[in-house]
Design a protein around this ligand. Structure first.
Ligand SMILES: Cc1cc2nc3c(=O)[nH]c(=O)nc-3n(C[C@H](O)[C@H](O)[C@H](O)COP(=O)(O)OP(=O)(O)OC[C@H]3O[C@@H](n4cnc5c(N)ncnc54)[C@H](O)[C@@H]3O)c2cc1C
Length: 398
């Protein structure tokens, strides 16, 4: 029996386990500091009150039990790795491995040059924060409903720092909710203003022109105020200060402007990039070890032309599938090929039943069709998780 330890039950970790569990000569342990898998890609809908918690959190114990005793779950934080002894320290427990997969993801990066950013804003890369924003958003809506002159109690501006994929999705969904609510609870909901702020000259920096233009148009039609080329210099409890000297009063700020690799990377000696991601070999090995792999957001992944790919769930899953196959090949003594990463397409949810997407470079879609395609991808992913947890739940309660 070969022991595979996977650190991190995110998109990459779970996909690696799905691909590895079919081999009868492999036993797998999943370690995660949280008891659940958080579907970050659905955070926008959760914050805006469109999805409930069961649609963004999946119990990892039930999920692992879905593999009928072939996968063990350890709810602990991995604190260090001994590459020489081939073991992982997870709080008070030591686990030995034959193969190790690091899939610890990334966290929000609060730039130190923006004074007060860390103290007065939060990211959406963990469920507790997303929940906090959901509550804040609901509170603001309630406030406009209750107060005739809601502004008297403070600003009704929501700021989103960072106009990348996650920023635009969160902005669009909240704006869509406010627009829909104005039909039911009245126009006061429209008093809440959403500001999408980015230092780049454009929203969705690095993405295709089609996605950028269609997304911009959609955000504007939803009433989102887009401030591109705008530098935030400081934040206090009530105001955002811009480099040009202007100030914006705000109620709360969601920061999606940058990420850095998970903290476990800090304990690992390996080449890293400026956001702390591990720079791996072409076969996704780190620390010069053929039995240690890193996948997903915690590692820098390049495409065939050597361009660094933006961290996405899609790349986390592709790298996971590659590593599972490579582990099989290593056990069998078969040569493996380098990882060949490519992005198949990106779909952006833009409020309600509207989305924009680009696939395989040439296919471009918007509106309801794009929404249906995005939903189909999400639904297939969610269904796979549900089938596992249903089996796990049944096994446990037999
Ligand atoms: C709002 C939002 C929208 C997004 N939309 C899209 C989208 O539409 N399409 C897309 O492809 N991507 C999207 N992404 C990006 C995508 O969510 C990430 O790229 C993806 O989650 C990366 O997967 P991962 O497995 O590397 O890490 P994660 O999914 O972040 O999982 C990492 C796991 O490791 C665990 N962990 C970390 N450190 C430790 C430790 N020391 N010990 C134990 N466990 C640990 C964490 O608890 C977590 O469960 C979006 C992200 C956000 C925030």
């Amino acid at each position: 029996m070969k022991k595979v330890v996977v650190i991190g039950g995110g998109y990459g970790g779970l996909r690696a386990i799905e691909a590895l569990h079919k081999y009868r000569d492999i036993e797998i342990t999943l370690i995660d500091k949280n008891p659940y898998h958080y579907l970050q890609t659905e955070a926008y809908g959760y914050i805006a009150g469109q999805f409930d918690v069961h649609q963004v959190a999946i119990d990892l114990k039930n999920w692992c039990d879905g593999f009928k005793e072939r996968v063990t779950f350890l709810h602990k934080e991995a604190t260090s790795i001994s590459f020489e002894e081939k073991s992982v320290q997870a709080e008070d427990e030591t686990l030995s491995y034959d193969y190790l997969i690091l899939a610890t993801g990334a966290r929000t990066h609060f730039f130190s040059f923006i004074e007060g950013l860390r103290e007065h804003s939060y990211g959406v890369k963990d469920l507790q924060r997303a929940y906090k924003f959901r509550v804040e958003f609901e509170k603001l809506i309630y406030k406009t409903l209750r107060e005739e002159e809601a502004c008297k109690e403070g600003p009704l501006n929501i700021a989103i720092g960072g106009a990348g994929l996650s920023g635009v999705e969160v902005a669009a969904e909240m704006a869509y909710v406010l627009e829909s609510y104005s039909k039911t609870i009245g126009d006061t909901a429209k008093e809440i203003q959403i500001y999408l702020i980015d230092a780049s000259e454009t929203i969705l920096p690095g993405m295709g022109r089609y996605s950028i233009e269609k997304t911009k148009r959609r955000l504007e039609s939803l009433g989102v105020r887009i401030l591109t080329g705008t530098f935030i210099s400081a934040l206090d409890a009530s105001h955002i200060c811009f480099k040009n000297g202007e100030k914006l009063p705000y109620s709360f700020m969601i920061f999606t402007g940058g990420i850095q690799a998970a903290a476990l990377n800090d304990t690992i000696e390996n080449e890293k990039n400026r956001i702390g991601q591990l720079v791996p070999s072409t076969e996704l090995n780190i620390h010069g070890r053929k039995e240690v792999f890193a996948i997903g957001d915690c590692v820098e992944i390049k495409d065939r032309e050597g361009r660094v790919l933006p961290p996405t769930a899609q790349i986390a899953e592709k790298s996971a599938e590659y590593v599972a196959k490579t582990i099989r090949q290593r056990i069998d003594g078969v040569e493996s090929r380098p990882f060949d990463a490519s992005v198949s397409g990106v779909f952006i949810a833009l409020g309600g039943t509207y989305a924009v997407g680009e696939m395989f470079r040439y296919i471009k879609v918007k509106g309801y069709v794009a929404y249906l395609l995005k939903k189909a991808i999400t639904h297939a992913y969610y269904l796979g998780l549900r089938l596992r947890i249903n089996t796990g739940f049944k096994n446990r309660n037999r």
